[in-house]
Design a protein around this ligand. Structure first.
Ligand code: THU
Length: 161
């Protein structure tokens, strides 16, 4: 028997002044995308902005439904939009911002498990890591170099062969 440990390297920026200008722009785009959120049930507005290899930024926001399982997270809205608008583009960086209408959210907006799996599919499909920046309404910004850091032992296409 043996035990292994899997670590998650996270870069933490104390505030937006520490971010390079292009990353700050992406994070700002994610915050602006929260205004496109439809979240009358959770009052939790999530925005996601994705930088593509062609320089374009595509954003999305969570869209809720009275039938709760029909809700879609911001990350998967943005990824689906890429498939339709820039089908051959490769996602390079993603920023996620979450605003809680009931209290100031200072917790970095980490993607849910289902979104981690979806983002992972994109990384594998294009064989390119996606840097992920996460922030609440205010507070520290967390960055991981790849969604693989957030999804150890990920389930993937090869597992089906
Ligand atoms: N949500 C996202 O948009 N992304 C995530 O990664 C976590 C959760 C949304 C879904 C739902 O509309 C609301 O946040 C509360 O769960």
């Amino acid at each position: 028997m043996k035990k292994i440990e899997i670590n998650t390297p996270i870069t933490i920026f104390e505030n937006i002044d520490e971010l390079p200008a292009d990353d700050l722009y992406l994070l700002t785009s994610a915050k602006e995308a929260t205004y496109k959120s439809y979240a009358p049930y959770s009052n939790f507005n999530v925005g996601c902005a994705i930088l593509l290899d062609n320089g374009e930024i595509i954003s999305g926001a969570n869209q809720e439904n009275a039938a709760y399982p029909a809700c879609i997270c911001a990350e998967r809205v943005a990824l689906s939009a890429i498939s339709c608008i820039h089908p051959n583009a490769i996602p390079i960086k993603m920023a996620i911002v979450a605003i809680n209408q009931n209290k100031e959210n200072t917790a970095p907006a980490a993607p849910c498990g289902e979104c981690r799996q979806a983002i992972y599919e994109w990384e594998k499909r294009h064989n390119h890591p996606i840097e992920i920046f996460m922030r609440g309404e205010t507070g520290e910004i967390y960055k991981v170099d790849s969604v693989a850091e957030l999804l150890p032992l990920a389930f993937k296409k090869d597992d089906l062969i």
